[in-house]
Design a protein around this ligand. Sequence first.
Ligand SMILES: [Zn+2]
Length: 464
Amino acid sequence: MKKIIKGASIVTEAEVFKADVLIDGEVIEAISEGLECPDAEVIDAEGKLLLPGAVDVHTHMDLDVGFTRSCDSWESGTIAAACGGTTTIVDHMAFAAADVPLMYQVEEYHKLADGNAVIDYGFHGVLQLMSDEKLSEMRRLSRSEGITSWKAYMTYGDNMIDDEWLFKIMKVASDEGLVIPAHCENDALVEVTKAELGAKGLVQAKYHPKARPALAEAEAVSRLLYIAKEAGEAPAYVVHLSSAEGLLEVSKARQLGQKHFGVETCPQYLALTDAAYEDDSEGLKAIMSPPLRKQKDIDALWEALGREGLIDVIATDHCPFTFVEQKQMGREDFRKCPNGAPGVEERLSVIYSEGVAKGRISLTQMVKYLCTEPAKIFGLYPKKGAIIPGADADFVIMDPNAKHVLTIADMHGANDYTCYEGMELTGRIEKVYSRGELIVDNNEFLGGRGRGRYLRRGTSSLVK
Ligand SMILES: [Zn+2]
């Protein structure tokens, strides 16, 4: 069955132009002005924006953190994503509970996602408790499973990757053309500070950001990038950059000529400040790592996004825990609170409103950061993240001028709060298509459970 989307302003990473789009089944067949196709269903999008379906390369659906799990299943979490204009996710796996082969978690993740996800999805592998055997397994699985990125955590107890292993991992990544997304925080700065605060009884939510200072991020970003460079410019990727100090280290590396690495930030670091922690109870909602920062950090990150060349991707780190129950584990001590917050449904709306409508970034830049660059960096382009003939027919139709208020009552995930409650937004998502199928219409999810497909990913644009 063919469809024609007529009259929209198409937004790509490079330009905004008026044209019609002809869809044949699951893919885009043609794009041009005045397209006619007598037997096609016509979708009138006059006055609307047509964006590529957004790609969120940092989610944690149904994440097992040892003592609880993030509250979105692969079904509820991907429905939330779809309603927020995201048609593809690449999810970061949980640590395995024991020292098992890397393939173990890959199989576990297929059990969670297959038959449940409503949009297309891939997995980042997770590295922990490293050995030479696991390094060779990483090489093998990248080809056999289409998992071309492997996450390293520079903090988090026994699962932390130390410098020795980070260097060895980067050498393999450089050799094989694999991306290494890294959680950048200096473990010692965080752990010693946390213990000191605990010893003084300073354990309310407001001490969470004090335990994870910006310099801990900056130091780890700098170390990651130097190690990647020394390993032959391995394709490192900084996840969830949150601070001006961290950004400065990115900028230094770029100035020293390092090209083959990527940097991601998230809407929460662009729209919310650490004032969220002032109230001991409400503050639990925003306990995430890294923590929310200051207005100066927000300004620095937006400025970098507007200027281009420093930050490549805006993803979410969607990792929701319910306020009424799960977040209460941290009521007496923030160190016991599960770390993470929702965001997969809010991303496009918040970035359009705070970024484009407020003139901090352009429409093309928004598409670059939310759709095209994440697809390129994680081996999904041009099937995903692009409006070109042959690409999957994944789209968002958006009314650029409609106004509404963001509230949990209108949202679709399993969580009971949003960090952006009450935020007044410009722009509204009207329709979302995934592989040619209308899956969201006027905030109602229409797709079926399990319609999402596993994506075997290819080579990253960061590879030399
Ligand atoms: Zn994460």
